[in-house]
Design a protein around this ligand. Sequence first.
Ligand SMILES: [Zn+2]
Ligand SMILES: [Zn+2]
Length: 226
Amino acid sequence: MLALEAEERSILIDCGGDLFQRALVAGLDPEGIDGLIITHEHPDHVGGFALFMLRIWQAGRSRPLPVYGIARALDQARRLLGSFETDGWSLPEIEWIEVDCAEGVSVVDSDLWSITAAPGIHGVPTIGLRCQHVDSGFVIAYSCDTEPCPAIDRLALGADLLIHEATGEVRGHSSAAQAVDVARRAGCPQLVLVHLPRGLDREDMDRLETSGVQVVVGEELDRFEF
Ligand SMILES: [Zn+2]
Ligand SMILES: [Zn+2]
């Protein structure tokens, strides 16, 4: 789960656990949540959707909540919410905004952020995100879950900060070394590794050839300034 924050407004990305609680701990203003992007249908990316809606309602949210994603991700979110008896809930209105699973499609185009997508290669359809802060031009690329592929290379091209998964070198995922290769090919100076396997330790990282790329192993509630 990630959050982009600027001017006390935020866009949240994925909701695998208790996203709202995490946002509060991170110091985000619940009133400033402008939307949620769901990258794909897997439980670690959407499984907390119903809980998120419950919590945001209980926090007094009244304005509609835009929820962006490819069709299968949004279908999963609707199914998860539908599995609860929500008739008595006064949930904020959800604006479902479906995007094509295609390279270069616009996901969010606001006064703060220009966010486009590219499909990764994973067990199910998924999108990585390229997030450009409008005023500064700073670009954050997020691979989401994917094995290395040209579309995600292009998504990352020239990004100031690359957030890349590092589950391991298995089908549909990437290793830390492969993530470093993506950063190097794309010319990204800073790489944050997320979606980590159990047991990734400092020695594994020390063995990585990271010349030219500053590599950080992501931790809960990490913040990166731009
Ligand atoms: Zn996945
Ligand atoms: Zn995942």
